[in-house]
Design a protein around this ligand. Structure first.
Ligand SMILES: NC(=O)C1=CN([C@@H]2O[C@H](COP(=O)(O)OP(=O)(O)OC[C@H]3O[C@@H](n4cnc5c(N)ncnc54)[C@H](OP(=O)(O)O)[C@@H]3O)[C@@H](O)[C@H]2O)C=CC1
Ligand SMILES: CC(=O)[C@H](N)C(=O)O
Length: 268
């Protein structure tokens, strides 16, 4: 594996779980790092460990992406730091309870982090990448983007947003050398579950991926040029068939002729 210098990767939510593994793997691939999360102590520990092992420059910035002032600080960094070549939009929280058992204020906070913060960081990053002739954005979505029935519906909807935005950005930025990848993890053994009020131990073991294997697979997908990476999916042909079915719908989704099934008969 080449370890030539690849610029700076910014990883949000890097104090634990998937984000901390991304930080480690990207440093080993030759990126210097800027790590973002709220917990300064944990973030510093991750940064020191990775810098010690890899010798790369690793900066930790404590920021609450649900706080407008902190978020603006990170947006400014992304828009102005010319060394940044990759953004991993990973920070996110989830929920497990259905609508009747969940609190709408908590849902709003989740939307602010999973959707609003990710959108604002992307809006800060993309013009800078376009101006510099390229860059890479990795968006951590989830399999619940396409299976919202599995967990809390608002959580699934936030991840469907991430998938939709990624598909659109890929098309919009195709000729600007800005790479987009959306990663759709299935259940992964991280703090996510405890933070969402559950426990990963309650899931059947065969459904749960280790976070290091998840990230290694996601980076393999990135290096293979994938737009969508579903690390758990055994046969990529199944995703391709799903996507082909979606593409087949497109020419028929906006027409000025009513299909026969909706034409009311004169007698009715
Ligand atoms: N684990 C799973 O089963 C799956 C997870 N995902 C997604 O993966 C991503 C990473 O989660 P995962 O590693 O599993 O869980 P973790 O709880 O381990 O990581 C979440 C990260 O986000 C950070 N974070 C949370 N809130 C904020 C905030 N307001 N501002 C800044 N950072 C914040 C946390 O750090 P801190 O508390 O220090 O701020 C932490 O570093 C999420 O987007 C999640 O939705 C997707 C599919 C499956
Ligand atoms: C699919 C999952 O189980 C996961 N926790 C997620 O965050 O989407």
């Amino acid at each position: 594996m080449s370890t030539s210098f690849k610029g700076i990767a910014v990883v949000t939510g890097a104090s634990s779980g998937i984000g901390a593994i991304y930080a480690d793997r990207l440093a080993r691939r030759g990126y210097d790092l800027i790590l973002v999360a709220r917990n300064h102590k944990k973030l510093d520990e991750v940064a020191k460990r990775i810098a010690g092992v890899t010798g790369r420059a690793v900066n930790a910035i404590a920021a609450d992406l649900n706080n407008k002032v902190d978020l603006a600080r990170i947006e400014t960094l992304l828009a102005t730091h010319s060394g940044i070549t990759m953004l991993v939009n990973n920070a996110g929280v989830g929920a497990l309870a259905p609508l009747l058992q969940s609190d709408v204020d908590e849902m709003e906070e989740m939307i602010e982090l999973n959707v609003t913060a990710l959108t604002r960081l992307t809006y800060a990053m993309v013009p800078a990448f376009v101006a510099r002739g390229g860059g890479t954005i990795v968006n951590i979505s989830s399999i619940v983007a396409i299976t919202p029935e599995i967990l809390n519906g608002v959580y699934g909807a936030t991840k469907a947003y991430v998938l939709a935005l990624s598909l659109s950005l890929h098309k919009e930025l195709a000729d600007k050398n800005v790479r987009i990848q959306a990663v759709l993890p299935g259940a992964t053994a991280t703090n996510f579950w405890g933070a969402a009020g559950g426990s990963v131990e309650q899931l059947p073991n065969q459904m749960v991926m280790k976070s290091d294997e998840l990230v290694d697979a996601a980076l393999a997908g990135l290096e293979q040029g994938e737009l969508i990476t579903i690390p758990s999916l055994p046969d990529v042909a199944d995703w391709q068939a799903y996507e082909a079915a979606r593409q087949k719908l497109i020419p028929n989704l906006s027409l000025n002729v009513l299909p026969a099934r909706y034409r009311l008969s004169a007698a009715a």
